[in-house]
Design a protein around this ligand. Structure first.
Ligand code: UD1
Length: 420
């Protein structure tokens, strides 16, 4: 298992290229199940979750070709020969549940392992299943698997989601593309990654309107065809490096970063004393004065993203004054708190809120990564701390961040990866 050794105290300066969005690319690969033709994706991030999704699609019978030999351009094609998504892959990556809708729509059946709990909460899939039932699927749960059948095909319906779930919206959206008639998804999630998926599906021949407005209307078509699509930049990776500029008092140009995807994050950065400007193709992020405490509440897009909560917690732990962070999306997403406190932060958790009393400085310590975003909050703390931080279980980070140590080191961070 790899570890990172970080020696803190450097102000980061320079350019960091923002990669393709993990949470878009995973679903765009799954969209390859909806056509017998070739779907070519550019700007795919080179991360472990993408490798896991490739394995899943390959075991369904598809081929995933690496067109440029770097993993950045992938072509999905071929025929579906197996409609089962096994436990060993689904339990490793929850986004695997997204094959359920497309398999059902294309093949009339699917058997997908229940994902079970994960580090940040219980994360049920009830909305995915109820929505697919509304489209005419028969669903049973047996031996830890979801068995879904729609022998006469899916039929469009009006579906009201009780909560704007990202995954449920995407699963139903993809299934509805090949259903007979019109589907409406009311209270659909509005995350930009869903907009990217809609753009790709429409270029494959789907008929979807309403992106970003909370109601998606899908007029089903007989079949989808191949297409070429460029994955959108990763707004969470961009926001994460913006926090790195903030916490180190640095000045970074985040190349490819787009302000319009980061409204709530940028507002919060500015409130806390970090300046963010769009400069041509990059976001320039710098801090000139002291950091100030702010209050944050996570919400579905366009609210403040839960995927940025842990990174801001690191930033606010060295801000002047107190901050309150309330997590409303996942019930167990404060696992970075004890680790940050071991580095000298003063954070108290009360239910779904955390009070952070800013400290003057943090001190390096051995810490342990627990999930993807929590891992990066510990890197941020390590970059700002005095002395050496050793972060173990880096595999959590490798799931979703590309070339972290190279990107940071090029801007002056002292960070190295060591293998046990
Ligand atoms: C996606 C993102 C994840 C992000 C999250 C919220 C991917 C691969 N992952 O996860 O990074 O943190 O959106 O922005 O894109 N829920 C139910 N029943 C359901 C579905 C969800 O109760 O059927 C609950 C979940 O337990 C959670 C909340 O709804 O508490 C939000 O989940 P959801 O929006 O579905 O997140 P994911 O799609 O899993």
């Amino acid at each position: 298992m790899d570890r990172f050794i970080i020696r803190g105290g450097q102000r980061l300066r320079g350019d960091i290229v923002v990669g393709g969005a993990k949470n878009a690319a995973l679903k765009l690969l799954v969209a390859g199940l909806l056509t017998s033709e070739r779907l070519v994706l550019h700007n795919v991030p080179r991360i472990a979750d993408i490798a896991t999704m490739r394995r899943l699609l390959e075991q369904h019978g598809l081929t995933v070709e690496d067109l440029d030999g770097t993993g950045g351009t992938l072509a999905v094609g071929g025929a579906i020969t197996n409609t089962e998504a096994p436990y060993d892959i689904v339990s490793r990556m929850r986004a695997s549940i997204l094959v359920l809708g497309p398999l059902l729509a294309r093949c009339g059946e699917a058997r997908v392992s229940l994902p079970g709990g994960c580090a940040i909460g219980t994360r049920p899939v009830d909305m995915h299943l109820k929505g697919l039932e509304a489209l005419g699927a028969e669903i049973t749960l047996e031996n830890g698997y979801i068995n879904a059948r729609a022998s006469r095909g899916l039929v469009g319906e009006r579906i009201v989601l009780p909560f704007a779930s990202v995954g449920a919206t995407e699963n139903l959206l993809m299934a509805a593309c090949l259903a007979r008639g019109r589907t409406e998804i009311i209270n659909a999630a509005r995350e930009p990654e869903i907009g990217d998926l809609v753009a790709c599906l429409n270029s494959m021949g789907a008929r979807i309107t309403g992106t970003g407005g909370g109601t998606l209307t899908i007029d089903g078509v007989e079949a989808l065809h191949g297409a070429t699509h460029h994955v959108m930049p990763d707004r969470i990776e961009c926001g994460t490096y913006a926090c790195a500029a903030g916490i180190t008092g640095g000045d970074l140009r985040l190349v490819g970063g787009r302000l319009e995807h980061l409204g709530a994050v940028v507002r919060t950065l500015e409130e806390s004393g970090v300046e963010v400007l769009q400069e041509d193709d990059a976001l320039r992020v710098r801090r000139t004065g002291a950091l100030r405490g702010v209050d944050i509440m996570t919400e579905p897009y366009p609210g403040f993203p839960t995927d940025m909560q842990a990174q801001f917690m690191a930033l606010l732990s060295v801000a002047e004054g107190a901050s309150m962070v309330t997590e409303t999306i996942f019930e167990n997403r404060f696992m970075h708190v004890p680790e940050l406190n071991r580095m000298g932060a003063r954070i108290n958790v009360h239910g779904s809120s955390a009070i952070i009393r800013g400290v003057h400085s943090l001190s390096g310590a051995p810490v342990m990564a627990t999930d993807l975003r929590a891992s990066f909050s510990l890197i941020l703390a390590g970059l700002a701390a005095h002395g050496e931080t050793i972060l173990s279980r880096v595999y959590h980070l490798d799931r979703g961040y590309e070339a972290v140590e190279q990107k940071l080191a090029r801007c002056g961070a002292q960070i190295e990866r060591v293998q046990d």
